[in-house]
Design a protein around this ligand. Sequence first.
Ligand SMILES: CC(C)(COP(=O)(O)OP(=O)(O)OC[C@H]1O[C@@H](n2cnc3c(N)ncnc32)[C@H](O)[C@@H]1OP(=O)(O)O)[C@@H](O)C(=O)NCCC(=O)NCCS
Length: 207
Amino acid sequence: MRPGATPPRVEPVPVDADAQTVAVLAEAFADYPALRYVIGPAGAAFQERLAALLGFFVAARRARGEPVLGVRSGEAWVAVALATLPDAVASPATLDDARERTWALLGANARARYEDLGERWGRLLVREPHVHLNLIGVRKADRGRGLGAALVRAVVQRSIAHPTSRGVSLSTETEANVGFYRALGFELRGTLEVGPGVRSWVMFRPT
Ligand SMILES: CC(C)(COP(=O)(O)OP(=O)(O)OC[C@H]1O[C@@H](n2cnc3c(N)ncnc32)[C@H](O)[C@@H]1OP(=O)(O)O)[C@@H](O)C(=O)NCCC(=O)NCCS
């Protein structure tokens, strides 16, 4: 952020802006290695498939009442983050239906790759209660203005305010992001190959 600039205002994103949340994430994750690996290479249908999976992730946060945070530029949401709180929330039946519909669209092979990836991430899982930063994305035109950092700090605040949370975990599949998170107090917990040519860096920020 430029010295003297107003700090970005992080707010809960209202449900009626979910389509914008998905659009911001779909732009941010268009080239993202883990999602390319799970749902297939770039091609005509890639963005549509990506939006379907991201739409499911957003629906999951809504169904469980978990944080969907964002920053606006004017009226438009341009940066968003999804997080999971430590309290285990049962998956409502409507979400199970949405999950099945999503994987029916994306295919059994994509589902198998996703589940394998989840199993590999599980090996580096943080065991103590914590907040997980699932996804964070900033519109290309709005990067480098401190919006991503403001969102991460807001998720860290959720952990600090939570009675049992011991910190914030995340994984990134882009090595360049490791420096961004280190600067925000995250330490590297481990790194592993999660798919052919796809590496994951698992990080934790104690609070
Ligand atoms: C990663 C991402 C969320 C960062 O958001 P952003 O709003 O551009 O980042 P900020 O402007 O808040 O950057 C904060 C600081 O981190 C630095 N920074 C940003 N990206 C960095 C990187 N990849 N490596 C090292 N430092 C980085 C900035 O220079 C800035 O430093 P400064 O405060 O000294 O100027 C954004 O680039 C993005 O959406 N990327 C694509 C999707 C993605 O990779 N998401 C994360 C998946 S884990």
